[in-house]
Each structure stands twice: as C-alpha cells, then as structure tokens.
Ligand binder design. Structure first.
Ligand SMILES: Cc1ncc(COP(=O)(O)O)c(C=O)c1O
Length: 496
C-alpha cells in the first residue's frame, strides 16, 4: 500500500521505516482465516489459568479445557505398546533392556530397518516410508472386508490436516464464476473453512439436519449445489463421518446416496474418516466411503474420485501431538497424482515418529504376540469409557431445560443447542459478540469450563450451540455437565 505524504514525514521524524509487512500489505486470504477451536475463548482460558497460578481468586479452582479433541491433554493414558515401540526406536540402546517385550523389540527393529541410516531422525521419502504404506494398505483391506488397497495410492501425512489441505490445493482453480467451490457440512470442522479461505476457494455450505440427529440429506446437497452454481464452479464435496462437531455416524444408504450424487454432479469426494474407531451408539457402524464405493460396482467403483483421510490423533490412541496420518486416493488421474506427489515432496516428509505410530495403529499386536492382551485391554478400556461418556453427555444435557443434545453416536464431541433469551442476544450484540460466544465467555469466567461457541462451526441462523468434548475423565464429566446446565439456567434467569 502506498504511504501518505504525512506518513513519510512521520517515519522520517522517528527515524523508523514503515514495516514492509502490515495488516494492509499482508496476504488478505490469511486475514480471512478463522479457527474457532483455538480462538479468543481459548486465549482467555490461558489467561485465566495464569491468573489462578498467580493466586487470583476465582469462583473455580481449575480451567477445564473441553474445547479441543486432545485426549491425552485431558488425562487419557497412552497405549503402552505404542510408547514402548516408540521409545525403542527413539533410543535403540533400549533394545538390550529386559524391560521391553520381545514383540515390541521386533517391531522397533523392523521399522528402524526401513528408516534412512536405521534412524528415526532421518527424513523419509515424501510419500512416507514404503513399508508403512504397505502396512496401511493391508489395514484398509482388513477394514474393508478384503477390497484391495494399493500402497502406491496411500500417502502418509502430518496428521490428517496436512493431507486434507494438500488435496484442497489440487482442487482450487479458476477466477470469478469459475472459482472452485467446495461443499462442506454445516456445522463443520473449521479446518475446512479456514483452508478454503486461505486458498481463496468458495465455501459452499450444506446444512446437516439437526432434527434428524444431524443427518446428511441429498436434497439439501442439491439445493446447496444449485445455489452455488450461480457464482462458482463446485468441484468437490467434503463429508466428515463420524461427524465433528456433530457426532453422527452415517448409515450405509446415506453414503450410497452421497456417492451417487457426487458421481452425477461430477464432484471429487473427500471423506474425512479420522473418527473411524470412535463409534459408540448401538446400531451405528462405520462404513468407509472406499468400501461402499467399491461395492456399488460400475460405474461408481471404477470412476468416482475419492480421497479418504485417517489419523493417529483420535481413535483409542489419541496421539495427536505426533502428527501422523494418511490419505488414500481412489480413481485419481495418475497425472494429478504425480502433481500431488510433487507438492508433498516440497515439504520433504511427514514426521517420522508420527509415521511409526501410524504403523502401529494399522498393525497392532496379533493375538499370538506377548503384547496382545494388554494392548486389547487398554484399547477396549478407552473406547468403553468414551462410549459411557457419550451416553452420559446426551442424558445430562437433555435433562436440562433449554438445552437439547442429539445422540453422540461417534467421534468425541457433543454439539447441543441452547436457548438464549432475547435480552442476552441483545446484550451480546451491544458487545459486538455472537450470542453463543457471549454465553461461552460468561460460562468460562464463572465456571472455568472452556467450550467453543457454535458460531465457530456454522449453524442455522437464529440457533445457538456450543461444542464440548466428551474427553474429561468420567469422574469429572458428570459434575462438569451439571455445572454447565446450572450455569445455563442461571444465565437464562439473569436475562429473562
Ligand atoms: C474432522 C477432523 N478432521 C481432521 C482433523 C485433523 O486431525 P489431525 O490433523 O490431528 O490428524 C480433526 C481434528 O480434530 C478433525 O476433527
């Protein structure tokens, strides 16, 4: 941006040069990016923690961060086998220690053999260690009842986020009315809106049906698509299953209908399946898009383009700090696939410790191995506790007047709707805040409970929500849910 004459003299007087990079000169797409999960509420939560440490008196003794799907930060214990192999790989001298089971040692040696210089500290090839891509392919085959998976269609990534952004980058093209549009669910996981803003693509919202437990309805996809075609060129459809923040698990018929729709409308499908291990509700089952697509036969099986994403961040392992993930591409144009490979190579490689953890997740101990029993017990314990917490959350919230919570069928979050009195809405507007942001800020200040306002994920006009993880330990969760419900009642009285 050009400097005004006065600015020049001011700069000269101070002996300071204006910064090259200012809010006015920076990339405007970056300025548009918002990411609610780590937004202003979380910054305030950090400040409150600091104040508590300094001895400032508050109506609570700790801040409970129920804002982010970070299992281990909420006290979930890492799975022993994963950490044993990791420790052995990081410090191979431990291979001589009697404290580690033999199968963990064999695993560590197998992975180290596949690493550059037999060290976890070496770069890998950009698409990930070949041995691990092969293990991922075998995992997908087992998961999908024997449907083949080709390791050369699997790319390891820095968490699922990195692979999702990479695929979006491939899809973005055009200008004005030819700009790429990407259909995303509302409510959505804000990585999608943030990445689309950064890439200057057009976000096309389709609404999940809250009245039908956040079901995905093809009629709504059609509406969103028709409307979007007036101003952009929709090229991709993203589906999150199980859903974040909405916790629904899609029925197989729904997935078939989505695939038929994508095929008819020539849309590239992006299936975010990072919660594939997190399914709790009776009668709910995870069906991968790849499996359903393949079983639908021609013309879908051999033609519909798909990218499916998975991660070590969620599931029973919750190893999100290690940043492991993968994408499997199906029916992608080989020339585009080469371009994707090129793009990935610019970033060298995903973290090798994350790749290692992914390998262990996709090939856990076999029943005949010494670590099997403990691994199974730990895995089951985490998943059983999550299932109990999903039920408890739904139950306690639905007992509270003015709060309504759909069943948490899968993933790690509840996304209840809250009624906010008109005077609270008006007060929020006076303060320049979204009404549910106002509610969540007050909740944080008065109870120490940190949740994310629904406005950060998108919601139907005039409705208000918050997202809360089901991750706090069971003994803390019930009092937390009750405290939150009581706060809502008090807030409602105050503004009625
Ligand atoms: C739906 C969904 N997709 C992708 C991610 C990204 O996960 P990661 O990059 O840690 O694998 C998350 C994280 O919360 C998520 O909820």
């Amino acid at each position: 941006m050009a400097m005004r004459a006065g600015d020049h003299s001011q700069v000269a007087m101070n002996g300071l040069k204006e910064k090259v990079l200012t809010l006015d000169t920076m990339n405007p797409c970056v300025r548009k990016v918002e990411y609610a999960v780590r937004g202003p509420i979380v910054l305030r939560a950090l400040e409150l923690e600091q104040e508590l440490r300094q001895g400032v008196k508050k109506p609570f003794t700790e801040v409970i961060r129920a804002n982010i799907g970070d299992a281990q930060a909420m006290g979930q214990k890492p799975i022993t086998f994963l950490r044993q192999v990791l420790a052995l790989c990081v410090h191979p001298d431990l291979l001589n220690s009697p404290d580690f089971p033999e199968d963990a040692k064999r695993r560590a040696e197998r992975i180290l053999q596949a690493c550059g210089g037999h060290s976890l500290g070496a770069y890998s090839i950009s698409s990930g260690i070949q041995l691990i891509r092969e293990d991922v392919a075998r995992y997908i085959e087992r998961r999908d009842g024997g449907i083949p998976a080709d390791p050369s269609n699997i790319y390891l990534s820095t968490g699922a986020s990195d692979a999702i952004v990479t695929v979006l980058k491939l899809l973005v093209a055009g200008e004005g009315r030819t700009r790429t549009g990407v259909l995303i669910p509302i409510p959505q996981y804000p990585l999608y809106s943030a990445a689309l803003a950064e890439l200057n693509a057009v976000q096309v919202d389709y609404y999940l049906d809250e009245e039908r437990a956040w079901a995905l309805d093809v009629a709504e996809l059609r509406r969103a698509l028709a409307q979007a075609r007036d101003h952009c060129c929709p090229r991709a459809l993203c589906v999150i299953n199980p859903g974040n923040p909405t916790g629904q698990v899609q029925a197989r018929e729904c997935i078939e209908a989505v695939i038929r729709f994508a095929f008819e409308e020539r849309l590239f499908l992006m299936a975010d399946e990072v919660y594939q291990d997190n399914v709790y509700a009776e009668g709910s089952q995870f069906h991968s898009f790849k499996k359903v697509l393949t079983e639908m036969g021609p013309p879908y099986a051999a033609q519909q383009e798909l990218a499916s994403f998975h991660s070590v961040s969620k599931g029973y392992m919750g190893e999100c700090g290690f940043r492991g993930g993968y994408v499997e591409v199906v029916n992608m144009d080989p020339a585009v696939q080469s371009q994707m490979q090129k793009l990935m190579s610019v970033r060298l490689c995903p973290p090798v410790p994350g790749q290692l953890l992914l390998d262990l997740v996709v090939s856990p101990p076999a029943p005949s191995e010494p670590s099997f029993a403990q691994f199974q017990a730990e895995r089951q314990a985490v998943l059983a506790e999550l299932a109990a917490k999903a039920k408890l959350t739904e139950q306690v919230f639905n007992e509270a007047p003015g709060i309504r919570c759909n069943p948490v069928q899968g993933a790690m979050y509840s996304f209840p709707s809250v009624q906010l009195p008109p005077r609270a809405v008006q007060r929020a507007q006076e303060l320049g805040l979204a009404p549910d942001m106002f509610f969540c800020l007050r909740l944080l200040e008065e109870t120490g409970i940190c949740v994310v306002p629904g406005s950060g994920f998108g919601q139907k006009e005039g409705t208000y929500h918050f997202r809360m993880t089901i991750l706090p330990p069971l003994e803390k969760l019930r009092p937390l849910l009750e405290k939150l419900s009581q706060f809502h009642a008090k807030f409602t009285r105050e503004y009625s």
